[in-house]
Design a protein around this ligand. Structure first.
Ligand SMILES: N[C@@H](CCC(=O)N[C@@H](CS)C(=O)NCC(=O)O)C(=O)O
Length: 127
């Protein structure tokens, strides 16, 4: 087996089973999709109807009943920023999601938090 095939197999083994419960227009879901794309993680995408949530979503995120939820090897991770951090930690061998400089990291976290708060307000006003 050549090196490339080996590396591809290792990637699949590390990824395990990855499922994303999401809604196409969600900026919170988009954040997770971008992180998975940056890391090159293959996953199964499950679109949710937010007016008629699936039993799987209610089971995987019983606290908030919201997307996105990342299900990794059967275990749910909720809240987009926490999911992104989890992705960065699990697939730490490639494409770091934050800059290495502490000040730049703080800046990136500030804007992520800013977008988070604005996004929640926007979503509340929409409903
Ligand atoms: N803080 C959450 C926000 C997630 C969120 O607001 N998701 C919305 C879609 S954009 C949702 O699932 N809404 C369904 C509901 O409120 O019942 C995160 O960052 O994941």
């Amino acid at each position: 087996m050549d090196g490339e095939t080996n590396r591809a197999r290792e990637k699949v083994a590390m990824a395990g089973e990855v499922v994303l419960l999401d809604f196409w227009a969600s900026m919170f879901g988009m954040r997770v999709r971008v992180a998975l794309a940056e890391k090159g993680v293959k996953y199964e995408y499950k679109e949710e109807d937010l007016r008629n949530k699936s039993p799987l979503l209610l089971q995987m995120n019983p606290i908030h009943n919201k997307i996105p939820v990342l299900i990794h090897n059967g275990k749910p991770i909720c809240e987009s920023l926490i999911i992104v951090q989890y992705i960065d930690e699990v697939w730490h061998d490639r494409a770091p999601l934050l800059p290495s400089d502490p000040y730049q990291r703080a800046q990136a976290r500030f804007w992520a938090d800013f977008i988070d708060k604005k996004g929640e307000l926007y979503w509340k006003n929409l409903n």
